[in-house]
Design a binder for this molecule. Structure first.
Ligand SMILES: C[S@@+](CC[C@H](N)C(=O)[O-])C[C@H]1O[C@@H](n2cnc3c(N)ncnc32)[C@H](O)[C@@H]1O
Length: 232
């Protein structure tokens, strides 16, 4: 069978807020992987027709959600509802302005929320593909009482070990996953954290981790991973 090779456009992104994360190497590790692994029938091996809802958690400028929306306009069988969420009000404002800049007004469902805390219950059991480029660097000032937390901390501060925010996401994600299909959770991790400990934790919680891509940037490797349900 001949596979259609699409050339997906680059989203137009203006970051008008200093406290919103500008797309970086980690962002493009995700986007470029999607570019290479979506065709007319499959999203990275997942049958397009079976994908219901997609979530971009911690959307920042909205670039990943907007990229997926652009794919939706090009690939006929890719027709999920796209949701994007962030804890920061400015990130949601920025992502909406970027959605408009790409002439895709009102196509993404935005939710301002600390992880899933204020997600409507109607979204339970609905997501098949979830993406989280989380804050992933370790920091001692995480949740310490003396910490005067700034918005920019949400961009990078993953907690004392670097993966506390991500593990909180993992703890709370299960009720929102569609139980009738398989699911994929894409996320970024960093070699500056204890990856064995993170992986053991994910294993215990019933997830199988696959490393998809790595890139060396300055002092660390950033890693794109994909989680699925462990079948055993
Ligand atoms: C590394 S940035 C990624 C931004 C964007 N997805 C990208 O790849 O360019 C992490 C994002 O997660 C958001 N974030 C951090 N903690 C969060 C939380 N508890 N709930 C929701 N979003 C959070 C931050 O505000 C920030 O936009």
């Amino acid at each position: 069978m001949v596979r259609t090779i699409y050339s997906f456009p680059e989203p137009k992104i203006n970051n008008i807020f200093d406290d919103v994360y500008s797309p970086s190497e980690d962002t493009y590790l995700i986007i470029d992987y999607f570019r290479e692994n979506i065709d007319e029938n499959y999203f990275d091996g997942f049958e397009l027709a079976k994908i219901r809802n997609v979530l971009d958690m911690g959307t920042g400028t909205g670039i990943i959600a907007i990229f997926l929306l652009l794919i939706k306009t090009i690939v006929p069988k890719f027709s999920p509802q796209i949701f994007a969420s962030d804890i920061l009000e400015n990130a949601i404002k920025c992502a909406i302005s970027n959605e408009n800049a790409n002439n895709l007004e009102n196509k993404i469902e935005f939710i301002q929320s600390d992880l899933f805390k204020t997600f409507p219950s109607i979204l339970k059991n609905s997501f098949n593909i979830l993406i989280f480029n989380p804050p992933y660097l370790p920091s001692f000032k995480f949740k310490s009482e003396s910490w005067d937390k700034k918005n920019t901390d949400y961009c990078w501060n993953g907690g004392k070990e670097g993966f506390e925010v991500f593990l909180e996401f993992i703890r709370d994600v299960k009720p929102f996953i569609d139980p009738n299909q398989k699911f994929y959770i894409y996320y970024i991790s960093s070699s500056t954290t204890n990856l064995k400990k993170l992986n053991d934790n994910l294993n215990i919680q019933g997830f199988k981790n696959k490393i998809l891509k790595k890139k060396h940037v300055f002092f660390e490797d950033i890693i794109l991973n994909r989680l699925e349900k462990r079948n055993d």
